[in-house]
Design a protein around this ligand. Structure first.
Ligand code: C2O
Ligand code: CU
Ligand code: CU
Length: 455
């Protein structure tokens, strides 16, 4: 909750919480909780978030999907170091970043969020150079909901009929502690755990808002599920086991122009889907399972809805949801290509963009503010490509029309192996240095990031 001046305090600290029944897990949480507190803010009401770091490691907080000044974007080398902790920029770095690329804040800093963007569900998470994956794995992430008048007019299911669902996976040791197979991070390494995590780290326990396979009590009405995939590397294909459909009303950056019905939803790390589900065909006592068709064993199930009350209200989804700003690809002033691929490099194999591992001192593109460009992303593997500041629409996949799940304004797109995805992207709101990267967090840490400059 903010004070009168729209100022929020967030303290990053360790705490021991019960995630698996009967065990304790040490998390690194915003305010000591995992996931962190959910923000609920309104367009046109700027906020300041004062983040204090009390953790034994540097942090940087990025608001994913936010249209924010570059200085508040949570750049990987713009870090907060807790009081009383030393900082050695080179320690454990895959990327050997030059010392002059770092900016240090002692104890804490302010992030300014203008909140001048349409209603959408964003999320915030750690973005520290080389260590984003282990730090998010330890719990540094949370949801950030933006509301506006246009969305209010739709009178969508709200209150306890609106369920923001942060989905992720984790692995655990027998004592309940998080298991992360990093070998080169002395602070986080679990002795004896090694492994090839080039494909990204997946866990065998699925969590929804930090709880394993929860059951939520519902009535037989309509619910708004705001789905976020906050996993490091896991993709989900979501389906309801009663054959129920998802009526998608929004994507990463807010409402679609018109709803669409999806039988399943493939959601990659970083992506969001805003959907209406309807339990009106159910009797009290029924259970509906949200399945993950890409998962095996316990990972094939995400959560359950237990229909406990009758007389739910059914929501009728309007045919027209929004008048999203038009983006005319004919107006494109530039064509660029970005290849996401594993390449051989002096430090061994690295995940790169256009053959280059991330270098904070380098920029791959300079774009003009408020112009449209066509960007072509290509991939050798699964790479959820995320662009800071800019929002885009998917034009085609491998030259064919986009998938239904590509609809709307996006900031993250799920690239599959050997795919070419073309998008029309626009950068508005702020000039400065921003970045794009793969949102498989292990790939991100293994250098699959690039700067671009908005001028
Ligand atoms: Cu959610 Cu730069 O990332
Ligand atoms: Cu982002
Ligand atoms: Cu990747």
């Amino acid at each position: 909750t903010p004070n009168e001046a729209g100022r929020y305090m967030l303290t990053q600290r360790e705490s021991d919480v019960e995630i698996l029944p009967g065990t304790r897990t040490r998390v690194w949480g915003y305010d000591g909780v995992f996931p962190g507190p959910t923000f609920d803010v309104r367009r046109g009401e700027p906020i300041i978030v004062d983040v204090r770091n009390e953790l034994p490691a540097p942090t940087s907080t990025h608001l994913h999907g936010g249209v924010n000044p570059s200085d508040s974007d949570g750049y990987p080398t713009d870090v907060i170091v807790a009081d009383g902790h030393d900082f050695d920029p080179g320690a454990g770095s895959h990327m050997a970043t030059d010392a002059d690329q770092w900016r240090l804040h002692r104890g804490g800093r302010e992030y300014e969020y203008p909140v001048e963007q349409p209603a959408a569900m964003l999320w915030y998470h750690d973005h520290r150079m080389d260590f984003t994956a282990p730090q998010v794995w330890r719990g540094l992430c949370g949801m950030f909901i933006v509301r506006d008048d246009d969305e209010d007019r739709l009178e969508l299911p709200s209150g306890d009929h609106e369920l923001p669902l942060l989905l992720c996976d984790r692995a655990f040791n027998a004592d309940g502690s998080f298991k992360y197979p990093s070998v080169d991070d002395s602070l986080l390494a679990e002795p004896g755990v090694t492994g090839d995590y080039h494909q990204g780290v997946e866990g065998d326990v699925l969590l929804v808002n930090g709880a394993p396979w929860p059951t939520t009590s519902v009535d037989n009405g309509s619910y708004r599920l705001r789905l976020l995939n906050a996993s490091n590397a896991r993709r989900f294909e979501l389906a309801l086991d009663d054959g129920g459909r998802f009526t998608q009303i929004g994507s990463d950056q807010g409402l679609l122009a018109a709803p669409q019905v999806l039988e399943t939803i493939t959601i990659a790390p970083g992506e969001r889907f805003d959907v209406i589900v309807d339990f009106s065909g159910h009797d009290v006592g029924d259970r509906v399972v949200l399945r993950n068709l890409l998962g095996t064993g316990a990972a094939a199930e995400v959560m359950r809805f237990s229909v406990d009350r009758a007389k739910g209200t059914r929501y009728r989804v309007p045919k027209r949801l929004s008048e999203p700003p038009a983006i005319a690809v004919e107006d494109s002033v530039g064509d660029r290509k970005f290849a996401f691929a594993l390449t051989n490099h002096e430090h061994g194999q690295m995940w790169t963009i256009n053959g280059k591992p991330f270098d904070p001192a380098d920029s791959l593109a300079t774009v003009k503010i408020d112009t449209v460009e066509r960007w072509m992303f290509s991939s050798d593997f699964h790479h959820p490509v995320h662009v800071h500041l800019g929002h885009f629409q998917v034009l085609n996949r491998n030259g064919k029309p986009p998938a239904p799940e590509d609809a709307g304004w996006k900031d993250t797109v799920d690239l599959r192996p050997y795919e070419f995805v073309e998008v029309a992207v626009r950068f508005s709101g702020h000039r400065g240095r921003y970045m794009m990267h793969c949102h498989n967090l292990e790939h991100e840490d293994m250098a699959m990031m690039a700067n671009f400059d908005v001028v």
